[in-house]
Design a protein around this ligand. Structure first.
Ligand code: LLP
Length: 423
């Protein structure tokens, strides 16, 4: 990219070669806008750092599951990390391969296991003994052997928001570190399972490498013990979780992060005479800063204590501020001269928790279009129909071309499938 995918030209925000104001005028708001160049650049940051090493990247579908977005990665030869049968269907529809897909998640349904076994996924990341039992039974019914990895909980502090920290003892995720060895023995004894790897995922929006290295060291210690029990571990999946810049965070560079983790694992391999494949499962760091949410200011409402800018996007469109008090930069797509009072940017949903930004100093008027930045990850995918609000449209910009990645939902679609009581 010669200039960033999202940049300003004469005070106007552009997504690659297309003005954000034109996008809002043509497709309406609220509107998610993705940059294909930004998606591809983030993919290459991972893929290039893995080149020539035994490492593969599995895109965490949960962060952004739009078919066009997944298709960008599938065309690059990406693997995928899924957490439901629905996500598997999306990967296949987007041109991804089951054989490059790992199936994570703490509560897989037998139907989802069946679907994944029939499609031939690369690995099931399993989180408990009852789940091993269930998978063993389903694989047995189908006359197959399921490839499994156990998600172990390394009990490290990822120093992130409690709702998105997953590697602590107190979390629902993974097999407790102290029970992992025995759980591996149990898995190895199940006739319809084939143990292939080990995985962990310690949290999300992690902005330091140190917690990963702590987790990797603990996992490697476990790998040695498991192998001494006669169970071979062919791959180590270090999960996802690398953070991005929303405000003033300084996450490590993707390439540097990948190389540091690979160096650590390869050094251990050299010491023990074993080489193992390494999997990464990034979501946010691939898509987060490749997307924005455009919204129109409906009213400016001066309050007794605060000024509000009421916009047409709401917590149902972007849940992260309401759910995690997450910060997203908000800026007018077209700069305007004049005073910039402080506003809370809020949506039309009937909840005080319905806010998108707090105390932002903005020179705006009703009718202006705002861009909510860093909305590509956990944005549209977490949207809902609360207040019977149809979900936003999604478009992807590719140079000067615009592709409608998802049409705006209609109220009619929302009512379909509901039924009045009989007479
Ligand atoms: N692998 C597993 C097993 C995961 O649970 C997750 C995310 C990922 C990979 C991808 O993590 P990432 O690279 O995106 O951090 N809704 C929250 C984030 C939830 C993350 C859940 N797990 C948010 O909006 O911040």
């Amino acid at each position: 990219m010669t200039q960033p995918a999202f940049h300003r030209d004469n005070g106007t925000l552009f997504v690659e070669g297309v003005s954000a104001a034109d996008l809002a005028a043509q497709y309406g708001t609220p509107l998610y806008v993705y940059s294909r160049a930004a998606l591809t650049a983030a993919w290459h940051a991972y893929a290039d750092a893995c080149a020539g090493r035994r490492a593969t990247v599995h895109v965490a579908v949960k962060a952004n599951s739009n078919l066009a977005v997944l298709n960008v990665f599938a065309r690059e030869g990406a693997g995928f990390d899924i957490v439901s049968g629905g996500e598997l269907a999306r990967v296949l529809a987007a041109g991804g391969k089951a054989a490059n897909t790992v199936f994570s998640g703490v509560g897989k349904h037998p139907d989802e296991m069946r679907m994944a076994l029939e499609a031939g996924v690369k690995c099931f990341n399993v989180e408990s003994i009852p789940e091993l039992d269930r998978l063993n039974a389903v694989a047995g019914e189908l006359g197959k052997k399921a490839p499994v990895s156990l998600r172990v909980n390394p009990d490290v502090d990822a120093k992130t928001h409690p709702y998105i920290s997953t590697g602590l003892k107190s979390n629902k995720f993974g097999v407790a570190f102290d029970e992992a060895r025995a759980t591996y023995r149990a898995a190895a004894a199940m006739p319809h399972l084939h143990v292939v790897g080990i995985d962990c995922h310690i949290g999300s929006q992690i902005t330091e490498v140190a917690p990963y290295l702590d987790a990797v060291d603990k996992v490697l210690e476990l790998v040695d013990q498991i192998e001494s029990d006669g169970v071979q571990i062919h791959h180590i999946d270090v999960g996802g979780g690398l953070g991005i810049r929303y405000d003033d965070e300084t996450p490590p560079d993707i390439g540097e992060f990948v190389r540091t983790v690979l160096d650590r694992i390869e050094a251990h391999g050299a010491k023990t005479g074993k080489t193992r494949e390494v999997y990464f499962e990034p979501g946010r760091s691939l898509v987060g800063n490749a997307g924005i949410l455009l919204t129109t200011v409906e009213f400016l409402k001066p309050g007794a204590e605060k000024n509000f800018a009421i916009v047409d996007a709401a917590m149902n469109d972007l849940a992260r501020p309401a759910m995690y008090e997450a910060y997203h930069a908000i800026e007018p797509v077209t700069e305007r001269a004049g005073a910039a009072p402080t506003y809370d940017i809020v949506g039309p949903v009937c909840e005080s928790g319905d806010w998108l930004g707090r105390e932002r100093s903005l020179a705006i008027e009703a009718g202006d279009v705002l861009a909510i930045r860093s909305a590509g990850a956990y944005g549209f995918v977490m949207s809902s129909n609360y207040n019977t609000r149809p979900r936003a449209a999604e478009v992807m910009v590719d140079g000067t071309r615009v592709h409608v990645a998802r049409e705006r939902e209609t109220v009619q679609q929302l009512l379909a499938g509901e039924h009045l009581l009989p007479d």
